[in-house]
Design a protein. Structure first.
Length: 114
């Protein structure tokens, strides 16, 4: 998640330059791949015999939230430009990070579903 935050900051600060855009996209892709693999590893450990169903829910949620994020990024692009998109992305990432920390603090992220 920290790499994702760094990538949004890099894209915000250096996105107007080609090398900054390339560096930001590489960092963002790296962070997304790490999050994706980590999330799939965690959900597969919940109920091993239900892997395909869990993966279906995970991927449906991922694509649904991704399309909603794309829509909202378009809104912020028209409203505030590049900084609006990067700021919106940082805000969503911060909300997810705080939510993950709260779940981990209460131990809810490691308990399997009943």
């Amino acid at each position: 998640m920290v790499t994702m935050a760094v990538s949004f900051v890099a894209l915000g600060l250096l996105g107007s330059k080609l090398w900054g855009l390339i560096a930001g996209v590489i960092l963002l892709d790296l962070a997304m791949q790490v999050c994706h693999v980590t999330n799939q590893t965690r959900i597969y450990a919940l109920v091993p015999e239900a892997r395909s169903r869990l993966n279906m829910v995970y991927m449906t949620s991922t694509f649904t939230c991704g399309s909603l994020g794309s829509y909202m990024s378009t809104y912020w692009w028209h409203r505030s430009g590049w900084w609006g998109v990067c700021g919106f992305s940082l805000a969503v990432m911060a909300i997810a990070l705080v939510g993950g920390w709260r779940l981990a603090r209460h131990g809810l992220d490691r308990k399997p579903l009943p």
